[in-house]
Design a protein around this ligand. Structure first.
Ligand code: FMN
Length: 415
């Protein structure tokens, strides 16, 4: 049987190692992780989720406190419609993060940015246009459109001078979603350069229903999409994602027509990953029944996470004045309703418990929502236990090379 290294992903006139490290929001897929993927000849992702927070942490800006100060008067108000993002600040934060990453890039690989449509930021069109435009201005190699159908996204940037040359891809979880996207984007005269097919075992948000995700499987969806593209004579690289745990799993997809694989969970325990080391130990320790798919994300999409995530059941006051990334076009977020419902039901109670939704901005920002892939319980088999009982963190290079070169379902342990 072949190894991943026997294949190459042809993209943007290059031949790449067909391993894409997927975007993991709020700086879990860090610059450092993406740089390693590029250095090793594959594709890495940074993410533009909560970009101002990321910029404050990495580039010493003060975007979050400035926004919080500006809207301080509104903190106790249920109505968040006036809490708007300063578009120039969004552009500047994106520029800093993308330029900072691209300037450090070495090697033959590429670095893309993951751009989630569900980050509606109280002005979906305007903020998305700025995010996409600023990333292209700052020299990103490619943009992966995620968490949404993105039916208007190509249209938002079609006048940009880099529209034709930047690599543009979309994440879909069904053939129908891809067909819809292609139909709506046809007017711009441009096809996506790649399609990531994300199945139900992925981490983060899932593109399936809370009750039916388990009825779907990545192999079937990928097969349907490959067959349809062939039938339509559309030459778009297909990149399956979700539950691809070993190099052998990956090679299996490449042998049946996939152009590359997108992986993430194995890299959550790499040193270059943005999760704090103590949270990485939680990922290592997790057993299969410590993982659940729940509906607490205010986006409306199901999300997979460790049951021990502090975000589950927490009842903090909505933090939209500081963050507000999930406010829809009318300044609304499902967590605000859930929170104020509990406030009304439990007057005077300090430690509120909100069971059905969570303040995803705050908890993702603080690494308290431990979103993970379905295979997280296997991470303990990829490392060694140290004398103190903790697991040894891996290097991104070790994990990447294991995907690239391993055979026979084997996983290489670190030295
Ligand atoms: C911790 C974590 C965070 C993620 N965050 C995002 C995200 O912000 N946006 C996105 O499109 N996908 C996100 N994903 C999905 C990955 O990019 C990837 O497609 C998927 O997890 C691959 O499957 P695997 O984790 O089984 O390898 C996340 C995955 C993980 C594990």
């Amino acid at each position: 049987m072949k190894r991943v290294d026997d294949f190459r992903l042809k993209l943007g006139g290059r031949e790449l190692v067909p391993i894409v490290i997927g975007g993991m929001g709020v700086d879990i897929s860090t610059t450092e992780l993406a740089l390693e993927a590029a250095r090793l000849g594959g594709v890495g992702h940074i993410s533009d989720a909560m970009i101002k927070t990321v910029s404050d942490r990495r580039y010493d800006t003060k975007f979050v406190s400035a926004k919080q100060k500006r809207y301080k008067h509104n903190v106790a108000n249920v109505d968040k419609s006036e809490v708007k993002f300063d578009l120039a600040d969004v552009a500047e934060a994106t520029r800093l993060h993308v330029q900072g990453t691209m300037h450090a890039k070495r090697g033959d690989g590429l670095i893309f940015i993951n751009c989630m449509e569900k980050l509606t930021m109280n002005a979906p069109k305007e903020t998305l246009r700025v995010r996409l435009t600023a990333a292209m201005d700052a020299g990103i190699d490619g943009i992966t459109l995620a968490a949404g159908l993105h039916l208007g996204s190509f249209g938002l940037i079609e006048a940009h001078p880099r529209f034709k040359d930047v690599q543009l891809g979309i994440i879909v979880s069904s053939l129908r979603a891809l067909q819809l996207f292609l139909r709506k984007s046809a007017r711009t005269g441009r096809l996506p350069d790649y399609v990531v097919v994300e199945g139900p075992l992925a981490g983060g948000h899932l593109g399936f229903g809370l009750d039916d995700w388990m009825k779907h499987d990545l192999r079937t969806i990928t097969g349907e999409i490959l067959a349809w593209l062939r039938q339509e004579r559309l030459d778009i690289p297909v990149i399956p994602a979700g539950g691809i745990f070993t190099g052998t799993d990956a090679a299996g997809y490449l042998e049946t027509g996939a152009a590359a694989v997108q992986v993430a969970t194995r890299f959550t325990v790499a040193r270059e990953c943005g999760l704090p080391p103590e949270v990485q130990q939680e990922y290592f320790k997790a057993d299969e029944d410590d993982i659940e798919v729940n509906g607490i994300s205010p986006t409306g999409y199901p999300m997979r996470m460790l049951k021990g995530s502090p975000a589950i059941g927490a009842g903090i006051r909505p933090n939209c004045e500081a963050y507000g990334y999930l406010l829809d076009a009318n300044g609304h977020c499902a967590y605000i309703d859930a929170y104020y419902r509990e406030v009304a039901a439990h007057p005077g109670v300090k430690d509120l418990h909100v069971p059905d939704k969570t303040c995803l901005c705050t908890h993702m920002r603080n690494f308290d929502c431990w979103t993970c892939g379905a295979t997280t319980y296997r991470l303990k088999d990829t490392s060694r236990r140290l004398a103190d009982g903790s697991y040894q963190l891996l290097t991104a290079e070790h994990v990447f090379r294991d995907y690239q070169f391993s055979k026979d379902g084997k996983i290489a342990l670190p030295d």
